[in-house]
Design a protein around this ligand. Structure first.
Ligand SMILES: Nc1ncnc2c1ncn2[C@@H]1O[C@H](COP(=O)(O)OP(=O)(O)O)[C@@H](O)[C@H]1O
Ligand SMILES: [Mg+2]
Length: 377
């Protein structure tokens, strides 16, 4: 009997035991070199298990230092340990306006909020109503919190006040974790918000080459078949990521991509050659350039594009001037957009709008996640 064609594919030149251990969103069971941060987070949220008030926390550090994965890991453990805590993870690249964040929170705690038709204040009152009846302590994780101000500073500070009010005035038990790529975010907050929503502060330092090596070795052990890696592969991948600022995401992504290249070749072993091809692939992928590659204007424009599924150039320019501190001429804005197109981050195509004539429809050329990470730098 002929074997199933997929069986062949699974056997020949297999490298991975379980590729999913290298996925960006995977939460491993151990996080080497994050013991101190884990302890600090446990200190903040363990009061919930004893029926007491949590300490709200501000988590900061560069991209790829393990902030997201560590907070998720601790939340998983906490929810396993006690029914009294339930965590809601919000990525502020996706939800950056006051109304979208409040809707998420309201739905999470069981308030019935229709998708349309309610004002933000109405959403907030529904949220409060449900919050007063809660049988558990919600922990709201606002990851990439720096993105909150994208919709305008006022909107962001209103949202933080909404959260402050729940905790300080309504005396409802809510846990808050703000995660940011920069420590400056905290300095920008009003003193009252800071003392209530960021009672504790936890810093994530970039990993050293040796730490990256150990982390990679552990992840690789689960992801790859025994003896699938040539000797120096882990060391070289760690050194490469260390050179690029101690970013663990790059380290893991290189291993994963290298594994795929090796498997596609049917090589049976992941060698340094595959790893180097992976480095090149990652570097040359659209939009992946050195961190300082984007100007402030370009970043501000991309943040607006990230908020929308699709928009045309007129809308983009209007939104830019509404949200930016400094207004720019249409000609200048067009130049910025053209620059982004040249860098292969966005693409645009000419379309006809009924009654309004020709315009350009702007869309993203890289994944939203990739852009989010890029802007996070
Ligand atoms: N100590 C660690 N052990 C294992 N994997 C880690 C560790 N720190 C980070 N990672 C992995 O590195 C990648 C980047 O981590 P992430 O939490 O997204 O960083 P940040 O949120 O700080 O940008 C993720 O794939 C994550 O699983
Ligand atoms: Mg993160």
């Amino acid at each position: 009997m002929p074997r199933n064609i997929f069986e062949n594919a699974a056997l020949e030149g297999a490298i991975f035991k379980n590729e999913s251990y290298l996925y960006p969103e995977f939460v491993p069971e151990r996080l080497p070199h994050r013991e101190a941060q884990i302890d600090a987070l446990v200190y903040c949220f363990s009061p919930i298990a004893k029926g007491a008030k949590p300490h709200n926390v501000f988590v900061h550090g560069k991209t790829g230092t393990g902030k997201t994965v560590t907070v998720k890991y601790v939340m998983n453990e906490l929810q396993e340990h006690t029914d009294r805590a339930k965590a809601l993870y919000i990525n502020c690249f996706e939800f950056s306006s006051r109304s979208s964040v409040l809707s998420e929170v309201a739905n999470f705690i069981g308030a019935v909020v229709p998708r349309r038709g309610l004002s933000t204040d109405e959403i907030y009152s529904k949220l409060l109503e449900s919050a007063r009846r809660l049988q558990f302590t919600p922990i709201i994780i606002l990851d990439e919190a720096d993105q909150l101000s994208v919709q305008g500073k006022e909107d962001a500070s209103k949202l933080l006040y909404d959260l402050l009010r729940i905790i300080e005035y309504e005396k409802i038990r809510f846990g808050i974790a703000l995660i940011s790529n920069s420590g400056e975010f905290l300095a920008k907050l009003d003193a009252r918000v800071r003392s209530s929503l960021a009672e504790e502060r936890i810093e994530f330092e970039p990993y050293s080459p040796i730490q990256l090596k150990e982390i990679l070795r552990e992840r690789a052990e689960f992801a790859f078949l025994p003896n699938a890696l040539e000797n120096e592969v882990i060391n070289v991948a760690a050194a490469h990521a260390a050179k690029l600022g101690g970013d663990c995401r790059i380290a893991i992504e290189s291993l994963w991509k290298a594994g795929r290249i090796a498997e596609k070749e049917g090589a049976g072993k992941l060698t340094l050659k595959h790893l180097r091809s992976a480095f090149e692939l990652i570097e040359s992928s659209p939009g992946r350039k050195p961190a300082n590659f984007l100007s402030g204007t370009e970043k501000a424009m991309l943040k607006i594009i990230l908020q929308e599924k699709q928009l045309n150039s007129g809308e983009l320019f209007r939104k830019y001037n509404e949200s930016a501190g400094e207004k720019l001429s249409e000609r200048r804005l067009r130049e910025v957009a053209t620059g982004l197109e040249k860098k292969q981050i966005i693409s645009s195509e000419g379309i006809n709008l009924p009654e309004r004539g020709r315009t350009r429809r702007i869309s993203l050329k890289i994944s939203r996640r990739e852009l989010a990470e890029k802007l996070g730098k």
